[in-house]
Design a protein around this ligand. Structure first.
Ligand code: WT7
Length: 663
């Protein structure tokens, strides 16, 4: 882990700490929480007695039956709102039908080719009731698992909320996953039904989802298990009109079943700890982990964080660009905004279809007010050029958010100026699939931001930076990010694998949740996430955050994106290897390499200069946009890549990287 003289402090003192962005008076005056003092008062109270705080907040949800006990903690197993009966679908829908909100838009949807649909709360409720009855008619019962493999259409939200309504645990599988990946996930969850569609439009083409499901059901794995033995029925939404094979007795058209289904359905009162969903995420091993979230605590987290961190207004149009296949989509396309009765923008396709102006076009036409996206997308937009956002009127925006990785200050500044017009606060939200909802982020009307920092913890959340021994480190010292106490929206386990759950998250610091991230907290109490600890490299006794070197590289004018990994080095322990993508119009050369090294030396220190620099057209990324460091590390140390690459967005990138290495 980074020591006291970590690279971070160089960047920080040199640049970042000086840049503090206060919310405007106008923003703060209109905000739910409008001053630091107010935040601090609430935060203190929430930490002093989290159970009291969360119990108070939970009163804002609808309960069929109130809980008896707020929390029980038998490390590593937490239970919240024990004895309560609740339904997430009811909270997202029925609750809003008793007021004028029933006629408010719940979902404003746009297909990739520009087709559009708007569903009011009342309309969405009706569809979800029908879908709940459809699932029941196929034999799905409370406690069963349903896999959902669909594109970004309203039916995806309808399917999710229908599961929640009858108590079936949903497992959404991102539409970019391969047949093999579907099969592994469906089998691990022992899903009874798969909901899919014939296809979905993406970048002008069609992704043939049903075909992938068919292949998953047929696929034979190396361990001899054939297909997906637990799957009894497949529901297929007709979206693209792509020709598909329908298996008699197994496959059913969504539209046909929905036509037959009654639109009357009473949401089932479920235990607070009823498993709401499983979501698979990559771990340090090849086998994905089935992260389990339960109903009441998770819903409270999605609800509260959306309300305060996005400072939701009744007339907002809230757009989180994440796919529902990822946790961000679960919490901020579905459960969080809908539990708040907000209007959600949902878009089917790619950000660069027909060109890199699509998002800005949607913002202008739909008057989006809150926009939440990922740093990797922001960097892609920077690379594409300012002419795209400049063509559009983005004045409807009032708040911006980011999630998924540390945002480099340069991208932050671009987002702030070019998209936010210098007017919108940026909420940099740190959290994980495991945490379920946001954990550290600026409450935008209260907390001044520093580019690259997720700032301060949300109410009731007690993060800390500790040494290897579990002792809190001093201000600005790097260490391990832990969450001291259980919180309502934390994962309840890894599906069917309590041992791995305990080992993965609660063994490094016994009984305390370890995030796997390195971080430091500055003297103002701001958290700076330094990335996964396995990405921290020790070079000649200096511990260097790869993210920080990357941030330095990206700050260089002609660099679009950079990934830094370690490779074994006899003398230094590890050497730093940088993979660099240049902005269009720039070409890599020995001279540029030298300039980059000098630039890093200037930003951080000579010890952080990359030993090798490779230029590449693109970096290998997972479908969620994370750079695949494991592959780059392998490539950097051995010159080629083995192992599982099923989550690669673009295989050709790896090919190119290999060639680079061979040259
Ligand atoms: C990891 C979790 C949370 C939904 C999307 C990703 C990194 C996430 C930030 C941020 C710095 C961040 C962490 C974390 N991360 N948000 N704002 N600043 N790092 O979910 O796939 O579970 O990944 O993403 O390293 O551990 P995920």
């Amino acid at each position: 882990m980074p020591t006291k003289k970590a690279a971070s402090t160089h960047i920080e003192s040199a640049l970042l700490e000086k840049r503090v962005f206060k919310p405007s008076k106008k923003f703060s005056d209109a905000a739910k929480i409008g001053s630091l003092a107010e935040y601090e008062k609430l935060y203190k109270a929430s930490i002093k007695d989290p159970e009291k705080f969360f119990a108070q907040q939970a009163e804002e949800l609808h309960w069929f039956k109130k809980w008896k006990k707020v929390m029980q903690w038998k490390a590593p197993f937490a239970q919240w709102f024990i004895g309560g009966k609740i339904n997430a679908s009811y909270n997202c829908l029925d609750r809003h039908l008793t007021s004028w909100r029933r006629n408010k838009a719940a979902i404003i949807w746009e297909g990739e080719f520009g087709d559009e649909r708007t569903l009011t709360y009342q309309q969405l409720h009706r569809e979800v009731c029908k879908a709940a009855n459809m699932l029941r008619s196929l034999g799905v019962r409370s406690g069963d698992r349903v896999a959902i493999y669909m594109g970004m259409t309203p039916e995806l939200t309808i399917a999710v909320l229908a599961c929640a309504r009858i108590g079936a645990t949903h497992s959404v599988i991102f539409g970019g996953f391969s047949a093999e990946a579907i099969r592994d996930r469906v089998n691990d969850a022992e899903a009874k039904v798969i909901i899919t569609s014939d296809g979905t439009f993406r970048r002008g083409g069609v992704i043939e989802l049903k075909k992938h499901v068919d292949n998953a059901l047929k696929a034979v794995s190396t361990d001899g298990i054939s297909g997906c033995p637990t799957v009894e029925k497949v529901i297929v939404l007709k979206r693209t009109g792509t020709e598909v094979e329908m298996w008699q007795g197994r496959d059913f058209w969504w539209q046909e079943l929905m036509n037959e289904a009654s639109d009357k359905h009473d949401a089932v009162p479920l235990d607070s700890e009823h498993p709401l969903y499983i979501l698979y995420t990559s771990g340090t091993t090849g086998k994905p982990k089935g992260i389990v979230h339960t109903t009441a605590g998770y819903l409270l987290g999605a609800y509260l964080t959306t309300k305060y961190i996005f400072d939701l207004k009744e007339d907002d149009i809230f757009w989180c660009t994440a796919d529902v296949g990822w946790v961000t989509g679960h919490s901020y396309v579905i459960y969080g905004p809908l539990a708040n009765g907000a209007t959600v923008m949902m878009y089917e396709g790619a950000p660069n279809f027909p060109d890199f102006g699509r998002f800005w076009d949607i913002i202008e036409r739909r008057k989006i007010s809150v926009f939440y996206t990922a740093p990797t997308a922001i960097r892609a937009f920077i690379r594409a050029g300012d002419e795209f956002p400049k063509r559009h009127d983005l004045s409807s925006l009032r708040l911006l958010g980011t999630v998924g990785e540390p945002i480099n200050p340069e991208a932050w500044m671009w987002y702030h100026k070019t998209i936010g017009g210098g007017r919108c606060p940026i909420t940099d939200t740190w959290w994980q699939t495991e945490t379920g909802a946001i954990m550290i982020a600026p409450i935008p009307g209260a907390i001044a931001t520093k580019p690259g920092s997720a700032t301060k913890p949300f109410f009731g959340i007690e993060p800390e930076v500790v040494s290897k021994e579990g002792i809190p480190v001093k201000a600005n010292e790097g260490g391990f990010l832990i969450i001291r106490k259980p919180w309502p929206w934390m994962l309840r386990g890894i599906y069917k694998d309590p041992q791995r759950f305990e080992k993965q998250y609660f063994s490094e610091f016994p009984g305390i949740y370890f995030t796997g991230d390195g971080a430091r907290r500055d003297k103002d109490g701001y958290f700076w996430i330094m990335g996964r600890v396995d990405d921290v490299i020790n070079v000649s006794g200096h511990r260097i955050g790869t993210m920080e070197v990357e941030s330095a590289l990206v700050a260089f004018e002609s660099v679009a994106e950079a990934a830094v990994v370690g490779r074994p080095d006899e003398i230094k322990g590890s050497a730093l290897v940088a993979f660099v993508t240049l902005k269009s119009g720039s070409t890599g050369s020995e001279e540029v390499k030298m300039q980059l090294r000098e630039h890093v030396a200037k930003e951080i220190g000579s010890f952080a200069k990359p030993d090798d620099i490779h230029f590449s057209d693109a970096l290998p990324k997972t479908r969620s946009g994370k750079i695949m460091r494991r592959l780059l590390r392998e490539l950097a140390s051995t010159g080629n890549v083995k192992g599982d690459t099923t989550t690669l967005e673009d295989f050709s990138v790896l090919e190119k990287l290999r060639q680079v290495e061979e040259e």
